[in-house]
Each structure stands twice: as C-alpha cells, then as structure tokens.
Write a protein that binds this ligand. Structure first.
Ligand code: SAH
Length: 355
C-alpha cells in the first residue's frame, strides 16, 4: 500500500469516525472529487484499466441504437424524446448508437441527449466525442427533464457502492474498512448484528446490498410509469439472488486487492438483477428479462449486422470485427455473465429482444 493523498484522507476519516462501511469506502475511492478513481484517470479502453462492450466492437452500440429507434417508432414517435445515458464513459456507446440511428432522421431531430456523469475528466471526453449531439450533463437522473424517456446504461450499476454483511450464528454483521496498528486498511466487522432485514442464509455466507441501485430503480420505475418510455441496463451480475463476496478491484486489466490501491484501481461488484428488478416493479415499472447478453444480442440480429459490416473488408478487418462480436457472445467470456434487463412504463410496447 503506497502512501497517496487519498489513503491519508481515508486514514483521517477512519481515525475520526471509526471503520467505514464498504459503501462509504467505495464511494470515496471511486468518487472523491480530487483523488477518486473516476476523477483522475481514463479508466475505460485498451489503454485504460478495463475494456467494456462498446470499446470492443461498434456493433454493440449500433444494435442498441436500432433498439432505441424501433421502440421509439412503436411508441408513436413522441417528440421530443429524452435520450439518456447513465455513466457514458468515453462516449463510445452513444456515438455508435446515434450513428446507427441516422437511418431514421426523424429520431435524431426528436432526441434530446442527456448524460448522467459524475466524472469531470470523462465529461470532457464525452463533450469531444458527442459534440454534434449537443448533450446536457447531470449529476443524477433527478435533474433530467420530464417526458417520454429512452435510457441506456452499460456497466453503470456495477460501479455503484455496495454494502456487505457476514452471516454468523447470531445474525448478519456488516463488514467495514478499518485500520490496523500500522495504519494499513483492513476489513473489520460490526460486533453487533445489523437490524436490516436480510434473508436466512447459512452461517459463513456473505450477502451484498446496493442501496443506490435500489433508489435508482425506484425513481426510474416511478418516472417510466408516469411518463412512459424504457430503460435498458447491461451489466455483469447474477440472477437469481446468490450469496458471495463479489467486490473486485481492477487496474491495467489485472485484478487487485480492493483495499490495496484506493483511487488507483477501479472497484466494482456484481449486480443483483433480482433486487434491482423488484425495486423497479414495486415502483410501477414493467420488467423484461434479464436475458444473457448473448441471447439479447442474438435476438437483436448481431449475426446479420456482423455479416453486413464484414462484407467487402480485408481479412484482418473481418477477423477483428468477428473476434470482437465473439467475445461479447462467448459463454466463457461476456456472453453469460453479462445480462440485459429492460424496464418500461406508461403503455410503452414490449422492447425488441425481450418480447
Ligand atoms: N458505460 C461506459 C463506461 C462504464 S464505466 C462503457 O460501457 O464503456 C462507469 C461509468 O459510470 C463512468 O463513466 C463513471 O464515471 C460513471 N459513474 C460511476 N458512478 C457514477 C455515479 N454515481 N453517477 C454518475 N456516473 C457515475
């Protein structure tokens, strides 16, 4: 653990307040405005810390663009339509989406682009990549203007902070991050059981909860029910609910100890799709899926899109496109672990791929 300003800051907070919940630790390590992970680097891409589907192949964003246009048409082409992305990263998905959507020029005229992004560094990249689409930025969904909505989010939920609890004989105990005598960050656990209601799993189990995802599901569910539209979430995670510690740190495409480099490594955890779906449904949204990413992309026609793209290309270009698509579909890579879930509301018809 090398000395960094963020580590000093965390030590100070822990000395003043006692051990931090994992939720608080993750929020600071990722989101500290000056030294947090998303404030400092360019996390996504071949030269960043991790690679996401839109950075692997343009086909991903193009298929989602066709998904949006199709649904917009079947919604009766409302104008304006709020086109929103949560956590756009380098802006690649949205650029590919908008390019594919150009086949229906009326969609481009109707769409108002709103990006929910906390990182100033990534906002600057998005401004460059998406300048033609005149985006508006927001710190949360709350300030996105009302009206019919089409929302997309890839690898957004996995970045929202989690809490973790350990099952002991007398109940669930919340895990925290404290300091040992040498000032090193270490895991600790609340001595008293939590009063949160959690399922009855065997002693020794670990369970994760993600309050920010539940709040988002509730707010989005209410909004879709009242104003219409759809939201598409693609992320890695589990369905049905499963016990287990899924917190992971990644830097330069390699796994790290989540406590060893706060601010220097990306911290994520698997998404609990059942929990997210249940919170959205309770708020009035209709839930579609989750489907595996492979099934979803196959239903959207990834094969024919790939064939059209590779036609007339040189052999190396063809094999680059094909290997990118295979990586998204392959069971041992992203095909099964990644899942797609959609929410709709207010009489919006079933979204493509989920009917
Ligand atoms: N969707 C992109 C990037 C995924 S990385 C892709 O698929 O390549 C996660 C993104 O979410 C980053 O843009 C990060 O800055 C943003 N982010 C993380 N936590 C956030 C929060 N609480 N509010 C808004 N944006 C957040």
């Amino acid at each position: 653990m090398s000395a960094t300003p963020l580590l000093d800051y965390l030590r100070g907070v822990i000395r003043a307040e006692g051990p931090l919940t994992l939720e608080r630790y993750m929020a600071i390590a990722l989101g500290h405005p000056r030294w947090g992970y998303y404030a400092t680097g360019s996390p996504v891409g071949a030269r960043g810390d991790f690679v996401t589907a839109p950075e692997i192949t343009q086909v991903f964003g193009e298929l989602i663009g066709a998904w949006c246009v199709d649904l917009w048409q079947r919604m009766g082409m409302p104008e304006p339509i709020i086109l929103c992305e949560l956590g756009p990263g380098n802006g690649t998905l949205m650029a590919d989406l908008l390019r594919a959507a150009r086949v229906v020029p009326a969609f481009g005229r109707a769409a108002r682009l709103h990006l929910v992004e906390t990182s100033a560094a990534l906002r600057a990249i998005q401004a460059r990549v998406l300048h033609g689409a005149a985006p508006h930025w927001h710190l949360s969904l709350e300030s996105v203007p009302p009206g019919p909505l089409l929302l997309v989010a890839n690898e957004f939920l996995d970045a929202l902070p989690i809490r973790q609890f350990e099952r002991r004989a007398d109940g669930w105990h919340e895990r925290r991050v404290g300091l040992d005598a040498a000032g090193t960050l270490v895991y600790t656990c609340d001595p008293a059981p939590t009063r949160d209601e959690l399922p009855d799993w065997p002693v020794g189990s670990v369970i994760e909860r993600r309050p920010a995802a539940r709040i988002l599901a509730r707010d989005l569910g209410r909004r879709l029910a009242a104003q219409g539209g759809a939201a598409l979430f693609v992320d890695y995670g589990y369905f049905p609910p499963a016990p287990g510690d899924t917190l992971q740190a990644v830097a330069r495409h390699r796994r790290h100890d989540p406590l060893c480099d706060p601010g220097g490594a990306d911290l994520t955890a698997h998404v609990d799709f059942a929990d997210f779906a249940q919170a959205a449904a309770a708020a009035g949204a209709r839930v579609w899926g989750p489907l595996s990413q492979a099934r979803f992309l196959e239903a959207l026609g990834i094969e024919s899109r790939m064939n059209r793209l590779t036609a007339g290309q040189t052999a190396p270009q063809r094999s680059a496109i094909e290997s990118g698509c295979r990586r998204l579909l392959n069971e041992t890579q992203m095909g099964t672990l990644f899942k797609a879930l959609a929410l709709t509301g207010g009489g919006t018809p079933p979204p493509a791929g989920f009917e």
